[in-house]
Structures are given as C-alpha cells and as structure tokens.
Design a protein around this ligand. Structure first.
Ligand code: UD1
Length: 430
C-alpha cells in the first residue's frame, strides 16, 4: 500500500503548472461517444479517475486512443453495449455521465446505481427526474438504473436542488431530444459551462450555461471536434492553500483567475496577499493569519471541494473560525484526523468550530477521500516533524503528479510503498 511521507516545515515557494479540470474532463470524455466521428480532447489530467472512465468507455465498444499523456481521441461509432457495470461506478461515480450520453444518442442506457460515498449519501433523484421529464422510462432493476425511450422530447423542468451532475447529465441527454428543453435552477460551475461549450463545438445548440437557466434546442446528430479542457480550479486552490498554510509564496500557472475568486477572497480575508495575472494567481503568506467564517455553496460560492483545505488553514489562523458545509453532510471527518496533528475543533451537524493553534505536529493519518487527503498533506507540509498519509489512492484519483509538483515548490514529500522505503526517508530527513 502506498503512503505519502512528509517532513514539514518548509515554506512552499515557486511556480506550479495546473492541469486540466478532472470534473470537466469526466463529463466531456463521456459526451465524446455522442458522435460517430472522431473527437480529440486535450488538456486531460492524467489521474486515476480519468483512466477508469476511459476503461468503462472501452468496455462498451468505444475506440479510445491516447495520443499523449493529456490528449485522447475517441471514436464512438462502434459502441454496441449500453450497460455500465457496478465495478466502474464503485470506483468512480462520475461513470454515470455515460447514462446521459448513451440515453441522448442511443435512447437506451443501463448504469449501475451509485451508492453513497465517504462524503455523504449522494442521491441521484434529480438526474432521474430530468430523464423522465424528457420522456424516458426510468426503472431501478437489480441495482441498475435502466433508462430508455422511443424518442426524447424537449421539456421544461425545474431542479429541486442545484446539482452539477444532474445539470450535466440531463443537458447531455436533452442535446439530442426533439424540440426545446429549458432547465431551471441549474448548476453554474465552470465545468458545466465547459461541457456545454464542448457539446456546442460538436454541433449542439445550448445557451445559458453559467446562468440559472439553460436552453437547449435538440439536434439530430453531433459531429467530431477538437477541444481543450479548462484548468482545474480545485487543484489550483489546493496549491494556493498550501502556500497559505506553509507561509509560502506560490504562483499557480495556467488558471482562469475568475474561477478562483471565492478561494482568493477567503485568502485575502485571513491576511494573505493575492495577486491576479491574466492566467496565473500568486499567493503570499507572511505574518499572522486571522480567523474567518466560511460557508460552502454552489458556484460562484465557496466550493465544497476546497472546504477541507480551508479547514487546515483556518486551524493555523489566530482566533475562532467557523465552517458551514451546506452541500455534503459528511465532509468534516478529516477534522478528527487533523486533531491527531494538534488541531482543535468541534463539529455540530453542518457546522464546525475551529480554534486556531500555533502549529501542527506530524502524525500518521488517513486520507479518507480525495480532498480530505490533499488537505491532510497540506497539514503535513506545515507541521513540525514527519507526517505519514495512508490510503493515498484517494489523492491519486484526482491530482496529477501531486508529490512531484509539491517537491518542485520545496516540499519534502515522498511516495513510499514499503517499510524499508519509509525508513530510508526517515533516515534521510533526520
Ligand atoms: C460534483 C463534483 C464534486 C463536487 C460537487 C459539488 C464531479 C465529478 N464531482 O459532484 O467534486 O463536490 O459537484 O460541487 O463533478 N443532490 C441531490 N439529488 C441529485 C443530485 C445531487 O439531492 O440527484 C444533492 C447532493 O446530495 C448534494 C448536492 O445536491 O447535496 C450537490 O451535489 P452535486 O452538485 O450533484 O454533486 P456531484 O455532481 O455529485
């Protein structure tokens, strides 16, 4: 089992290149099977979740050619199976984007029903509501969602909760429905816009992505395209918070600063300097950091995927901070791991109270999930002594070359896979 081992205490300093957005890429790759022509997608992050999705797509007959580390060609003309197994869904929930893609193009899809996960129960009722509104029959049979339709018809629907996944899935299916679909109370995340732009580049007619209402005029067919994925705002934010926690000076390159506004605003509030450039953001952290309040909200609010990283930084701020998590019910588990490193916090329902401490001490902790894992690495980088992170497979799901990028900024971090490697690291840093 691989672990990260970190010797904390070095301020992170330098520049780091941000990869393409994982969450945009997952949906865009799935949508790539909606045409028989070749689709070339660039700026794909090389992370485990993407590789699992590509396997699932191969499994239904799509031709997938990896042109290079960040570029994939998809040809969906040989798709001959409309069923996605539980094995894929278990590894990566977002395989459910193949539901919208297959239903849109072939009017039939069977995808294993995703269960809960480490951050909450994660229902998908809004996805199903949308498919039904488009005229599909949707049943749950033997653990699978089975959706089919003779034809999909444009509809006018209102989402009961703002959901990134449901917005994207229903938008994909509606792209090839007859007539016009109006989707209200949709998610406005940058990756929703990216998926809409991608579909439009294939000949879809989608307007309004990035606002509360998306209008889709159905088309009969989609054609090939070449497309480049937007930068990953969460990876960028993770490095920005790592700079804050280690009292460093980090510039994240290849970003869209507009997508990072909520994150940047919180860093300024606690006392960091944040400088924006055309496609870069610099964070400088010196002097004492101050407490604040944070509430996670759908975009353009503060992202839930940055909440654990924020919790780590707030633990190092003077005074009492509060975090309210309004998206996922179970996203404070990392705070108990952080307490093992000397943090002081208390969770009550959807809120956490954090008392600032002078510093963390290295300890052995568990990654728990993707963003919690990244947050605990940040804590390790700021801590005195050595931190060992277990279950780093979660981190590798969503961060490309995580430890290499951290090392390029001066972090002392290694991936180890045996006691011997661990002891070698300990010897080296002692
Ligand atoms: C996506 C992101 C995830 C991020 C989340 C919120 C991907 C692959 N994942 O997840 O990293 O944390 O957005 O920004 O893009 N809900 C329902 N019914 C539904 C769907 C969602 O009640 O049918 C609820 C969820 O339980 C949650 C809220 O809506 O409370 C938002 O979830 P959603 O935006 O759908 O998250 P995902 O798309 O799963």
């Amino acid at each position: 089992m691989e672990q990260y081992v970190i010797k904390g205490g070095n301020p992170l300093v330098g520049e780091v290149e941000i990869a393409g957005a994982k969450n945009a890429a997952l949906a865009i790759l799935a949508a790539g099977i909606m045409t028989d022509d070749t689709v070339t997608i660039d700026n794909i992050p090389d992370v485990n979740d993407i590789n699992v999705l590509l396997e699932a797509m191969r499994g239904i007959g799509a031709n997938i050619h990896r042109v290079d580390r960040h570029t994939v060609e998809i040809k969906g003309n040989n798709v001959n199976d409309f069923s996605i197994d539980y094995d894929y869904i278990k590894k990566i929930r977002a395989s459910y984007y193949l539901l919208g893609a297959l239903l849109g193009k072939y009017k039939r899809a069977e995808v294993a029903l995703p269960g809960g996960c480490n951050i909450g129960s994660r229902p998908i009722d809004q996805h199903l509501k949308g498919f039904r509104a488009l005229g599909a029959e949707v049943e749950i049979e033997h653990g699978k969602i089975v959706a089919e339709a003779e034809k999909l018809r444009g509809t006018h629907m209102y989402f009961d909760v703002v959901s990134v996944g449901a917005t994207i899935n229903v938008m994909m299916a509606a792209t090839m429905a007859e007539g016009t679909t109006i989707l209200e109370n949709v998610a406005k995340e940058p990756h929703v816009v990216d998926v809409a732009n991608f579909l439009n580049s294939m000949g879809a007619n989608i307007r309004g992505a990035g606002t509360d209402v998306i209008k889709i005029k159905g088309v009969n067919r989609l054609h090939g395209t070449e497309y480049s994925i937007i930068p990953d705002q969460i990876e960028a934010g993770t490095f920005m918070f790592a700079a804050a926690a280690t009292r460093g000076d980090v510039t994240v390159l290849n970003v869209i600063p507009k997508h990072l506004e909520a994150t940047a605003a919180k860093l300024v509030e606690i006392g960091c300097e944040v400088e924006e450039f055309d496609d870069a953001v610099r964070v400088v952290s010196k002097g004492n950091l101050k407490h604040t309040q944070v509430k996670t909200l759908p975009y353009p609010g503060f992202p839930t995927d940055m909440q654990p990283q924020m919790g780590v930084v707030l633990s190092l701020c003077e005074g009492t901070s509060t975090i309210t998590e309004s998206i996922f019910e179970n996203r404070f588990k990392y705070l108990s791991e952080l307490a093992r490193m000397g943090a002081v916090n208390k969770v009550e329902g959807h809120s956490a109270t954090i008392e600032g401490v002078k510093g963390f001490q290295g300890a052995r902790v568990n990654a728990l999930d993707l963003r919690a894992g990244a947050a605990l690495c940040i804590a390790g980088l700021a801590a005195e002594g050595v931190t060992i992170i277990d279950d780093i497979v979660y981190i590798q799901r969503g961060y490309e070359r995580f430890e290499e990028k951290m090392r390029s900024l001066g972090a002392v971090i290694e991936k180890v896979s045996s006691e011997r490697e661990l002891q070698k690291f300990m010897f080296r840093v002692s």
